[in-house]
Design a protein around this ligand. Sequence first.
Ligand code: 3PG
Length: 212
Amino acid sequence: MKIQDILTRAPVIPVLIIEDVAHAVPLGRALVEGGLSVLEITMRTPVASECIARMTGEIEGAVVGAGTVLTPSMRQAAADVGARFVVSPGLIEGEEAEGPVPLLPGIATATELMAGLAAGFECFKLFPANVVGGPGALKAYASPFPQAKFCPTGGVSAANAAEYLALPNVLCVGGSWVAPTDAVRAGDWGRITALAREAAALAPRPPASVEG
Ligand code: 3PG
């Protein structure tokens, strides 16, 4: 699967910090049931790799990736446990779009975007989106960088996601708001499915091109 295909499956990619491996499968199922089938498990907890392996193996219809991937070896390790894509908060030196698993690199400036384009990437995570210019920055990038597509993440929520999703160079957004920590700790999967359902319905994106 190409990164562009993954990013166009759903309008929102849940960014998940999973503390207890027992939460992984019910959390993933709750999100998929709500219509969010692309899941980013951040490599910020000791159980993250096992969560990816379990979710990949046990949740039908889910496309599970690894987030907070900072090095080439983390990219390889994520691929080894079954991640279908990886996300980084920044550019990883020497890493290209092609590799053991598709990479979505983060950028925060035009200079970083140019470095990413030169390395062969076309899809980027704008991070932290709300701090580095938000929708205004993405509008400004559209004209000089028409080939670049984005998944803004960082400070995106139910309140502002639609504004991002309305932009032609935004394929989807990422965010943690669909899986609040208190709901995950309490095992309140119904609440998470409800949040996912709202997010999945947020912004039916118009087709990339309209014929005729
Ligand atoms: C992250 O890396 O934690 C993501 O950017 C999610 O940010 P958010 O918690 O603001 O959605």
